[in-house]
Every structure is written in structure tokens, then in C-alpha cells.
Design a protein. Structure first.
Length: 160
């Protein structure tokens, strides 16, 4: 599969929102306490424009968005970021798209932060194995308040 990874543009916002919502429906995460109810969903090109905050999309040769991932500062927590809203369309899973997205995000995160945190759902088992492959370790308690109280599997990774 041919694709490129680039920073998100305003024209991508609604497409990425749809990918995220479709994935959340697929895994039963279409409710309060997940990204489903995030007030910033669909405003990625605005939100991820400051230093230490960035969102990337993977785009195929036809210009179709296959997935995305963001790095966002953990509010009030020095040296900590969050891997945010990493989702891919089903046809892109297992193709290397997610690998390129997470490598891009973690490389960027290491420039600004010491640790990276993420939250997911327990039924997203493939995602959990994927995160563990990239050195994320389970933590029992949240490292900061994200508002995603329904996410029941928490991870962190040392970036130093």
C-alpha cells in the first residue's frame, strides 16, 4: 500500500473525525467518557498547531485519509504528553500505516517530552498489542485527567 504521512490540514478535519467515530462505533466506544464526546473532535488543524502538539494523517495515492495520530501536551504535567486519537480505517490495518504513524508521533514526542501516556479500551486488544510492541507499559492509575473516564486500559512509555 502506497501512502504518505503528513501534518493535518483543515480539509482533513471532518474526515479524521469520521474515521474516529466509525472506529469507536466498531468497538462500542460511542459514548461519554471516550473521544466520542471530546469537544475538540473535528478541530484537529486548530488544536494541534502549537509547539509540542501535532497531528498527522496517512494519505494514500488517491488522496484518501487512512488514519491519524496526535501528540498533545498533558495539561499541568511537565515533561508528559499523550498519544492521542490514533485510529486507522479497517482496510489500512496491518499494512504498516499505523507503524509509520506511531513512529512519526513518538519521534516528535521525544523532542519535547520525557514520557508519553495513552488510554484505550479493553476490547481494543490488537491496539494494546501494538502499543506494547512500541514499548508502552500498563499503568494502574491515570497520569493526568483527560476526561476519558471510560477508557479502562492505561499505558505510558519513557521517551528518554
Amino acid at each position: 500500500m502506497e501512502y504518505t504521512v503528513r501534518e493535518i490540514e483543515r480539509k482533513d478535519d471532518k474526515t479524521v473525525e469520521k474515521i474516529i467515530r466509525d472506529c469507536l462505533v466498531e468497538y462500542g466506544g460511542n459514548h461519554e467518557g471516550t473521544a466520542w464526546s471530546d469537544p475538540d473532535l473535528g478541530r484537529f488543524s486548530e488544536i494541534y498547531r502549537s509547539q509540542g502538539n501535532k497531528y498527522w494523517v496517512a494519505e494514500n495515492e488517491k488522496g484518501e485519509i487512512l488514519g491519524g495520530v496526535g501528540i498533545g501536551a498533558a495539561k499541568g504535567e511537565k515533561g508528559l504528553c499523550e498519544l492521542q486519537k490514533m485510529y486507522c480505517v479497517p482496510s489500512a490495518r496491518g499494512t504498516g500505516v499505523a507503524r509509520k504513524l506511531i513512529e512519526t508521533a513518538l519521534c516528535y514526542a521525544a523532542e519535547y517530552y520525557d514520557k508519553c501516556y495513552l488510554e484505550t479500551l479493553s476490547n481494543m486488544t490488537a491496539a494494546q498489542k501494538f502499543y506494547e510492541k512500541y514499548g508502552f507499559q500498563i499503568t494502574e492509575k491515570p497520569l493526568f485527567k483527560t476526561g476519558h473516564f471510560a477508557c479502562d486500559v492505561l499505558y505510558f512509555k519513557d521517551l528518554t
